[in-house]
Design a protein around this ligand. Structure first.
Ligand SMILES: Cc1cc2nc3c(=O)[nH]c(=O)nc-3n(C[C@H](O)[C@H](O)[C@H](O)COP(=O)(O)OP(=O)(O)OC[C@H]3O[C@@H](n4cnc5c(N)ncnc54)[C@H](O)[C@@H]3O)c2cc1C
Length: 422
């Protein structure tokens, strides 16, 4: 089956000669599609070659046709000078599949069969993700093993690293998931407190590497009451930050599938964190780089590239600083560490250096990275941090004539753009 490319159009950018391979599902039969020269398939994927200059238009057209873009990946330059790429043809049954969805035996199958197998595998994987082993009405009662301060002298606020004993439970979790904590006591209405979620900061093996603990990174919430001006302290975070070793704790979960790491050990993992948003990234980085962890994970030998962009107010607020810098020192080729220290560093306009300013500085590089299907981006921390990141990416994508918001949707659908903010 031959597919005409969506070619044409002059690009004014220096990247205008690049061509992208769209994997598209669900092109449905309709008066519109009948009038076009697209192959119609009810299931499976079709592949279209699209030059840069027509990417936005093509995305919009596919969306109008009810199709779903599964992935977009660069194919390199079109023949010629790129101002008018020759209409390319791709044979659906022989079209190259994105590396991430090709798996040994499947590459010799027709795309439809391979898709069915991939979907079955995905379902199996889904089942293997533990969720809600303990629910709020029957939490696991563990106890606190340790509670250590993470903010150095002169830093702002209180952030603690807590480890809980899970022995005697069935609670298993994966990097990127969260657990719930139910604080003791009752709320203003006399009802038992509701659970609060916390991102897990340890790997699935736990900080003691015995699969029997879970760790959190908790900031004590404190703010001035907007009307009375009195200091208010958060219920659960204050309870956790003051918890003594040995105290019993009600734990629920695990929950969350948004922040799971891809299994591909060659993936590029871009992490953007503010404050305690570092928690899941600590788990990822320990899984990727810590010797003892690596020895426990024969199936995951990380050889990709990890980049942490970490926003904090002051140097003493750099959570897990020594360990992060040790990883950077040991693995300079595989781990890049970039701080945005708002009260100490200046942005390009002379103002405070927030995470979005750092992202803006590196936006062209990040934009190039996200076009590689091996790149996964994770954002975790303060609610609202996405806006500045989106602005920076919008500017970088626009330089190549691409609308970021549309492109970002394809990244989300492909499971390569992950956000957990609170
Ligand atoms: C998926 C997920 C993961 C999370 N992971 C972490 C984590 O790793 N570490 C972490 O520390 N937290 C994390 N949180 C946040 C955590 O769940 C709690 O929300 C946080 O600890 C505050 O709970 P609390 O009981 O101390 O505060 P509460 O007593 O519940 O008070 C919170 C309430 O105070 C009010 N409030 C808060 N700030 C202000 C303000 N500036 N002005 C006026 N009113 C205000 C709001 O009404 C807010 O709902 C996560 C949340 C989610 C959803």
């Amino acid at each position: 089956m031959t597919i005409s490319s969506a070619s044409g159009g002059r690009s004014s950018t220096t990247f205008g000669n690049r061509v992208f391979l769209f994997e598209v599902e669900g092109l449905r039969q309709s008066a519109n599609t009948d009038a076009l020269n697209y192959p119609i398939r009810r299931s499976g994927s079709v592949f279209l070659q699209v030059p840069y200059s027509r990417m936005n238009e093509e995305m919009q057209r596919l969306s109008r046709l009810g199709a779903r873009i599964v992935s977009i990946r660069p194919l390199g330059s079109a023949a010629g000078n790129g101002t008018s790429p020759a209409p390319a043809t791709v044979t659906a049954d022989t079209a190259p599949r994105p590396a991430a969805s090709v798996n040994g035996d499947q590459s010799s199958l027709a795309p439809a069969q391979a898709t069915v197998m991939t979907q079955a595998k995905d379902k199996e994987k889904e089942k293997a993700i533990p969720v809600n082993t303990y629910r709020p009405n029957a939490p696991f009662v563990g106890h606190c093993l340790s509670n250590e301060p993470l903010v150095g002298d002169g830093g702002i606020g209180i952030v603690q690293h807590l480890t809980f004993d899970l022995s005697g439970s069935n609670l298993r979790y994966l990097e990127g998931q969260s657990i719930g904590i139910i604080p003791p006591g009752t709320d203003a209405g006399g009802k038992p407190h509701k659970l609060r979620l916390y991102s897990i900061a340890s790997t699935r093996h736990g900080d003691k590497l015995d699969d029997q603990t879970v760790s959190l990174c908790v900031r004590q919430l404190e703010y001035k009451h907007p009307e009375t001006g009195e200091m208010v302290y958060g219920v659960c975070s204050t309870y956790l930050c003051g918890l003594e070793a040995g105290t019993e704790v009600k734990i629920t979960g695990p929950v969350g599938k948004e922040m799971l790491l891809p299994e591909d050990p060659d993936a590029n993992i871009v992490m953007m964190a503010t404050g305690t948003g570092i928690a899941p990234f600590r788990a990822y980085l320990w899984r990727m780089f810590k010797d003892e962890e690596r020895s426990l994970n024969s199936e995951y030998d990380f050889k990709g590239f990890a980049w942490l962009i970490f926003g904090i107010p002051t140097t003493p607020n750099i959570l897990y600083k020594e360990e992060l810098e040790e990883i950077q020192h040991r693995y300079p080729e595989n781990f890049r560490l970039t701080y945005a220290i708002s009260r100490e560093q200046k942005n390009a306009s002379g103002g405070r250096m927030y995470i979005q300013d750092r992202v803006a500085e590196h936006a062209d590089e990040l934009w190039n990275m996200v076009q590689d299907e091996k790149t996964h981006v994770y954002i975790c921390g303060l609610k609202g941090m996405e806006d500045g990141i989106d602005q920076a990416m919008t500017t970088a994508a626009a330089k190549q004539g691409v609308e970021w918001s549309t492109y970002q949707k394809t990244l989300k659908r492909a499971g390569r753009w992950h956000v957990e903010t609170y």
